[in-house]
Design a protein around this ligand. Structure first.
Ligand code: G3P
Length: 217
């Protein structure tokens, strides 16, 4: 399973990259705003900075919601850097744009996926990635992991090449459960990735090893 980090924070991206387990980055307009990145020129510069900090795919989201606007914005984003993946919302105009980008060899990430029907449509249009938001489904008492399982089943039935990018991951159990049901990629915060390394028996075991070593010396 690929690990993407879901942030526009360069420091956190660097920390994840330094761990040696990072395969890419996802951003969205809310995450860019959270870092105080505003204005078109700054936003585009920031995407290039992110691309220069990692070696994998970097999702950059369009703001337009009409076909022509999505295409114009997406083409400009794709020209910024070869690592850019154009993130497009799951709306009919977005589907048309994903088909257009796919025909032109531009990578896409279809975002705001909350049902298997939406994921099927995105795959039919040729999306590179599909982003089901599992945390937001859990928030409203629906089962985010079950959606990943359903999409996995559907994609495997027809050998769709679209990768399932589990998004809105909030904690380590989301990552583990995504891995159990076969998500291709997960994107989450640095805290959830680091939390995978934690276990109290690891801490107490290490403490004992170090204490015993000290006694013997
Ligand atoms: O990857 C999508 C993500 O940024 C949304 O996460 O926690 O706002 O639902 P969240």
């Amino acid at each position: 399973m690929k690990f993407f980090i879901d942030t526009a924070n360069l420091e956190q991206i660097k920390q994840a990259e330094d761990l040696g387990v990072l395969d890419g980055v996802t951003t969205n307009p809310s995450l860019m705003a959270k870092e105080g990145i505003t204005g078109q020129e700054n936003i585009l510069k920031h995407y290039v900075n992110i691309c220069n900090s990692v070696s994998g795919d970097v999702s950059a989201e369009v703001i337009a919601v009409d076909f022509e606007g999505i295409v114009k914005e997406g083409e400009a984003l794709a020209e910024l850097h070869p690592q850019i993946v154009v993130k497009v919302p799951m709306i009919p105009e977005g589907i048309k744009a994903i088909r257009y980008f796919s025909n032109k060899g531009i990578k896409t990430n279809c975002t705001l996926i909350f049902s298997s029907g939406q994921a099927l449509l995105a795959a039919k249009a040729g999306a590179t990635y599909v982003s089901p938001f599992i945390g937001r489904l859990d928030d409203i008492s629906q089962d985010g992991i079950f959606l990943i399982e359903e999409i996995r089943h559907i994609y495997d039935n027809y050998a769709f090449e679209t990768e399932i990018l589990a998004a809105s991951v909030r904690h380590p159990m989301h990552i583990i459960n995504c891995a159990k049901v076969g998500a291709d990629v997960m994107t989450g915060p640095l805290s959830a990735i680091i939390a995978l390394s934690k276990h109290p028996l690891t801490d107490s075991g290490l403490e004992k090893f170090l204490a015993d070593h000290k006694k013997g010396n």
